[in-house]
Structures are given as C-alpha cells and as structure tokens.
Design a protein around this ligand. Structure first.
Ligand code: LLP
Length: 419
C-alpha cells in the first residue's frame, strides 16, 4: 500500500492510476512531476458535493499549482480561481477560466495588474490596505469602471501551522484588523469607483484542526452583522483556503467535515460562500519522480544522490517539510537508512532525511504529496532546467509541460556591448 489512492503498487511497481511510473520515466525523463487527473477531479468533487445546496463558489488557489492543464481541468469542473498576480490571471484566462469567477488576493497588486483585472472584469478584488483601496479607486475611475471589492480582514486567529505560512495573526502583513475594516467600509463614499461586495479572510495554510477556521468564521460573521446593521449589502463571504493534507501522520479534517463546519457556522447568513483551497485540491494528486544517480556510503551516513533537488521541490529545504519517499520498484532487498539529497551545492538541499530504503544506483523514487507548492515554487538555481510535468488519465500519460532546455533558460540574458 502506498497510502495514496491514485498512486498504487501493481505487481510491485508503483503506478499513477494505471500507468507504471517507470514507463513515464522512460518516456519523459526525470525529474518529472506527475499528476493524477482522477485524484484532482475527486478532490474538487468532494468540495463541491459537500456544499450541497448552499450557494457557493470554489476558487482554486492558483499559486498551489498553476499548470494550465490543471487550471483547465478545474475550469471545466466549474471552479473559480483565486489569483495573486497578473501572470496568474493570464494563465487562468488562457486555460479557459471564467473571469466572473476570479478573485484577486495579495498585499501588493500593481497598477498594471489592477488595470488588467478591471479590463477582464473579475468577480472581486480582495483588498488588503487603505492605500491599495485608494489606488484601485483611482485606476477604476481612469478606466470608467467600478471595482468590486472585499476587504481582507485579519481575524487575529492562531492557525497553529508553520510560522512562514500562518497569515491571520495581527503581527502578519496580511489584511486589515476588524475594527479598521468597519471604519473603511463605512467610508465607502470616499471611494466612489469601488463597490464593497464581499468580506474576506485567510488565516494560513496546512491547518490540521477545524478550530481556527471556526474561530475565524465566527469573527467574520460578527463583522458581517455589524456591516449589515449599518446598511451595507454584502453579497459574499470568502473564508479563504488553508485546509491541510496528510503528508505523513497528520490527521487534518476531511474535506466533507471542513465544508460542513463552514456551512454550519454560517447557516444563518444569506451570503454566497467562497473558499480558496489550494493544497487540499492538488497536494496529494501529484508526485515528483526522481532517479538515483549515485549511492554514497560514508562512516557517518548513507546518501542517495538523486536527480531532483531543492530547486525542483523547495518545501523540505524551506520549511523542513516532510514528504514520503517511496521506491518505484519493490524487490524486497534489504533496506538501509538514507539521506535523500539532490545535486545542488548546499547541505540544505535534501528531499528527505533518515529514510529506510532498499536502493541501487539507477532506481526510481517517488516523492509523494508534491502536487501543491512543488512545481509552482521551483527555480533554476544552479542553472537546472525545470522538470517536465505529466498528467495521467487512466492508462494514458499526457505531457503537460515540456522539460525546460538550457537554451530557453539563458535566452533572455545578454552581455553588454563594449564601448
Ligand atoms: N488564499 C490565500 C489568500 C492564500 O494566501 C493562500 C495560500 C491560499 C488561499 C491557499 O491556501 P491552501 O489552501 O493551499 O493552504 N508554500 C507554502 C504554502 C503557502 C501558502 C500561501 N497562501 C507551502 O509549501 O506549504
């Protein structure tokens, strides 16, 4: 058993749906990201079904994995999108996403990005400061438009997750405090080219308990009541993303329980509910396939040096994150303890420490739960071309991103001419 329903062993060979990973390695090379279309679809459907008759919109957080094939799949399932840049907006449009289902988050939207989003006509800007609100109002005026806005409220709730991905505490850079939000909504007349249509929060990522979500939605409901008492009409309540997944022994709430809790909390509110899940839609639908280049046994430690590195999957180096690492062929040989490391020249370049694995040079390994914040956070450090990406659908493997070439990588650089 692999523990991941769409990545299972058949005849001792690890497969993505019905395709052996070995076959994908031979066809497309390594390192390579592989996604299961069935797993992506099932995760989306789990969210959608859990909302049942409640008016809702699932806005997939594009930053988790922005490949246009994945965006296109979600768009066809009816998903909306949460974007944080003009680049993500262009991806969503190219992938066939509906502009009327796009929310735009982020603390530092540029004038150019605002113009692009106003021109396309998105559902809502999640605004994070008064300065941003003024800028948006001015740009909307220049364009003769009214910008739909939610203020992102910082509910001051401890998400109890890694400090780098906790966003809902008052010391974080995100959102505006609740009392300030009331003052800003009340000063709507100062922003005639803005229409306050929603209310938004997001408290962090990889949350493994329901309680912080419940606390945050309670605060948002209290705020909603106050705004409505002042005569403001709020059409939607955006409760952000953040539901965690199981990487190893975490026990996050199920999608069903999470959505049920949000619906129960907000049962008396008439507003449409929006959520912005990223990781929980794509995280366990993807793996990173890598090949063992060398085994190195020292007196202190055994190293498996693989062809994927911190530039391909940053999470272990950046957050000390744990990803399961599974052998692609299991032949029953004796296992040893390994540090699984990449070729990058840093001790921080590792994919996993102290893993019990039976390995030979040339073996393939699958780094699990790599569908979210894997490829989308990859870089070209050490002038390493970025990996290929493949989407498996039943017994077919589709290439959804070609491996980058060195020529592509240096094509935009130039040497200044001498004068
Ligand atoms: N909405 C907003 C405003 C966000 O900032 C994020 C994630 C999401 C939604 C989606 O959160 P999710 O459902 O994926 O937890 N690179 C980190 C995660 C950073 C999350 C940033 N914001 C990691 O690899 O763990």
């Amino acid at each position: 058993m692999s523990g991941f329903p769409q990545f299972v062993y058949r005849n001792r060979a690890l497969c993505a749906e019905s395709v052996p990973l070995q076959q994908i390695a031979e066809e497309f090379g390594t390192p390579c990201y592989i996604y299961s279309r069935a797993a992506l679809t099932q995760a989306y459907q789990a969210f959608n079904t859990a909302f049942s008759n409640r008016d809702h919109l699932i806005c997939y957080a594009v930053k988790a994995n922005s490949n246009i094939a994945i965006l296109n799949l979600f768009a066809r399932l009816g998903s909306g999108f949460d974007i944080v840049s003009g680049g993500e907006l262009q991806r969503v449009i190219k992938a066939g996403g509906n502009p009327a289902k796009i929310v735009f988050s982020g603390v530092g939207k540029t004038a150019q990005e605002m113009r692009m989003a106003l021109g396309i006509g998105i559902l809502c800007f999640n605004v994070e400061s008064e300065a941003e609100l003024s800028a948006l109002n001015r740009i909307a005026q220049e364009m003769g438009k009214i910008a739909p806005v939610s203020l992102r409220v910082n509910p001051d709730v401890d998400a109890k997750t890694h400090p780098y991905i906790s966003t809902g505490l008052k010391e974080n850079k995100f959102g505006v405090p609740a009392d300030e939000a009331i003052r800003i909504y009340r000063s709507a007349h100062l922003y005639p080219h803005v229409s306050f249509t929603g209310l938004d929060c997001h408290i962090g990522s990889q949350l493994t308990e329901l309680d912080p979500f419940v606390q945050a939605s309670n605060k948002m409901l209290g705020l909603l009541d106050q705004l409505q008492a002042q005569g403001l009409t709020i059409h939607h309540l955006d409760l952000g993303g953040g539901l965690g997944i199981r990487y190893t022994n975490e026990t996050p709430p199920s999608i069903q329980n999470y959505v049920a809790a949000l619906c129960a909390q907000t049962a008396h509110a008439k507003q449409r509910l929006l959520i912005e899940p990223g990781r929980s839609l794509v995280g366990n639908a993807g793996i990173l396939l890598t090949r063992v280049e060398y085994l190195k046994h020292t007196s202190a430690r055994n190293f498996a040096i693989v062809d994927a590195a911190m530039n391909d999957l940053m999470r272990p180096s950046l957050y000390d994150a744990y990803h399961d690492i599974l052998p692609v062929q299991t032949d029953g040989a004796a296992a040893q303890m390994y540090h699984v490391v990449g070729p990058v020249c840093e001790t921080g370049d590792f994919l996993g420490h102290d893993r019990q694995l039976a390995l030979q040079q040339g073996d393939l390994l699958a780094v699990m739960s790599a569908g979210a914040y894997g490829m989308s956070m990859s870089s070209n450090y050490n002038t390493r071309p970025r990996a290929a990406e493949v989407m498996v659908d039943g017994d077919t493997a589709h290439l959804i991103r070609q491996r980058e070439t060195i020529d592509q990588l240096i094509a935009t650089e130039q040497i200044p001419s001498e004068n």
